[in-house]
Design a binder for this molecule. Sequence first.
Ligand SMILES: [Zn+2]
Ligand SMILES: [Zn+2]
Length: 301
Amino acid sequence: MIDICLLGTCGMMPMPGRWLSCVLLRNGSTLTLFDCGEGTQVPWKALGWGFRQLGAICFSHMHADHVAGLPGVLFMVAHAGRTEPLDIYGPVGTGYVVEGLRRIAAELPFEIRIHEMRGGEEFPLPGNLYGSCAAATHGIPCLAYRVELKRQPAFQPDKARALGLPVQLWSRLQHGETLEFQGQRIRPEQVLGEPRRGIALAYITDTRPTAALSAFARDVDLLICESMYDNPEDLPQARANAHMLAEESASIAREAGARELILTHFSPKINDPTYAEKAARRVFSNTRAARDGMVVTLQFR
Ligand SMILES: [Zn+2]
Ligand SMILES: [Zn+2]
């Protein structure tokens, strides 16, 4: 099970009552943050998930509306008593920006490990999650992220009994270990069922739509995607600023075969995201416009 909170929904600048677009993901007790705009710590505090378990931050890119909240969040994590390392992932240039922001959050009781990527990398995230990234198109280095929680095949007790395996050995096989029993090698596949579908989600923001991004988000349970503009007349502006219309985000969801689309990163001039939601639904019906603080739970199907 994965819980996801849309801490904010605004692009470019925070607005009264609306925070900047970023996403907090909880798996078990662990936390991963996607983007960290100015003031991110405020809705996070209201959410009540705590700060200590933050194990990773994934930055899409180095525009202020996605990074300027970092010193405050680092302070909150330190204040909550974290001493374990914190991994920061982002595009090329992340180290330079994070080092600058660290000058006002210099004394931290934990190590920060920076990982710069170009797209195509795979990397571990807290709580046994698998992360991967793809290059987005935004004028500066920018990454889209995919997160997967794998699901073990079901254990088949009748197969284990047929092999004469004592119950004490079952859980080792269940967790993927090959073992010796009465001179025979027993592989997990011998006592496990068919592969099972896990949970997958993608976070795509600050980009033009591309076929590569649709392929990257293939079959996700949830696509969280920017919707900077809600009016088709804004297409020239969307192209010029390397952002998307709501229906362009919806076209990514449709081409990817996503299960659900949640729109976020609305332009400050969008007061009511219902229009973006309606526009997107014409292309991809299972769409919702995010509201600040919205929580979604993804479970194994
Ligand atoms: Zn942005
Ligand atoms: Zn941007």
